[in-house]
Ligand binder design. Structure first.
Ligand SMILES: O=C(O)CCC(=O)C(=O)O
Length: 290
């Protein structure tokens, strides 16, 4: 297990963000947002939870509790515009990339609520292989709305963004590594949970106002949410100037994750897929934030 102190930073260390983000693929910025800024971030989150995109999903219903995820491009919504204008999200992102501009890819909310049983883990996976894009300037800002203990927080395998890109998880309730694409196309995900000591896993409790940045090619998974508790987190994905269009295999259409995109996201995906291979992704009309 990783010493999480090494990946903890604060806003006074912004000049080190790029080296650390590109090297480790994961960084926690403590106290990144004050109360007023968290109120804006929470309003953006809650607005999307209250008005979910058409294809928002409830996952793992058979496992107990409530597990909702929803992806869309909310960059045009007033709550998201206010959040970007009045928090250091874009500045932190530009510092992590190290050079060039910042464009918005999309957001994903997670809502987990335990009933008399805990809500199960988010399975280990990488985000990049779900999308036909690749490059080094790609980041997720994972923001919990409240203090969160290490057992329920997001975990990331440090440095895994520079290693194998695996076949994405199908999010099958009975098999976390069931692949989304044909097994001949990409290697199957390893059984990380069964062999945790073999991986350099960063596990950290976080306070409201902290943000966890990670490269979407990092292996990551979320801890369980205890009975009768709620866990709300917002993931913001941004890209920089070296993100290009690549090919991915076609998904098995039965997969829940093949259909986990909202209308905006489907439209965005279609625009990206029209780009010639190797073209910068931001030219697909992504919203420029910086
Ligand atoms: O919050 C979680 O449990 C999962 C988050 C995640 O997989 C992501 O942000 O890519």
């Amino acid at each position: 297990m990783s010493n999480s102190k090494e990946i903890r930073a604060n806003l006074s260390e912004m000049d080190s963000f790029s080296e650390r983000f590109h090297r480790d693929g994961v960084l926690i910025v403590e106290g990144a947002f004050n109360d007023e800024q968290m109120t804006l971030i929470e309003a953006a989150y809650q607005g999307n939870l209250d008005n979910p995109s058409a294809l928002a999903q409830r996952l793992y219903e058979e496992s107990g509790g409530t597990f909702i995820q929803s992806i869309e491009d909310s960059s045009g919504k007033p709550a998201f515009k206010a959040m970007f204008a009045q928090t250091p999200i874009v500045e932190i992102c530009a510092k992590a990339f190290g050079s060039g501009d910042v464009w918005y890819f999309h957001d994903q909310l997670f809502y987990k609520e335990g009933d008399d049983k805990p809500v199960r883990r988010t399975p280990w996976h990488q985000d990049t292989p779900y999308h036909s894009i690749d490059g080094s300037k790609f980041v997720v800002f994972w923001i919990p709305m409240r203090d969160i203990p290490a057992e329920s927080a997001l975990e990331v395998v440090r440095g895994s963004h520079k290693q194998t890109l695996y076949n994405p998880s199908f999010f099958d309730p009975n098999d976390d590594t069931l692949p989304l694409y044909d097994e001949k196309e990409m290697p199957r995900l390893p059984e990380i949970e069964a062999e945790r000591d073999k991986w350099d896993i960063v596990t950290c409790g976080m306070k409201r106002g902290d943000v966890l940045l990670f490269h979407p090619s990092c292996l990551h998974g979320g801890g369980t949410t205890p009975p009768r508790s709620t866990r709300r987190s917002l993931s913001l994905r941004m890209v920089g100037d070296d993100m290009i269009r690549v090919t991915r295999p076609s998904a098995n259409l039965d997969s829940p994750t093949a259909n986990n995109v909202g209308n905006d996201e489907e439209e965005l995906t279609a625009r990206i897929n029209k780009l010639p291979l190797g073209t910068p992704v931001h030219t697909a009309g992504l919203t420029k934030l910086s």
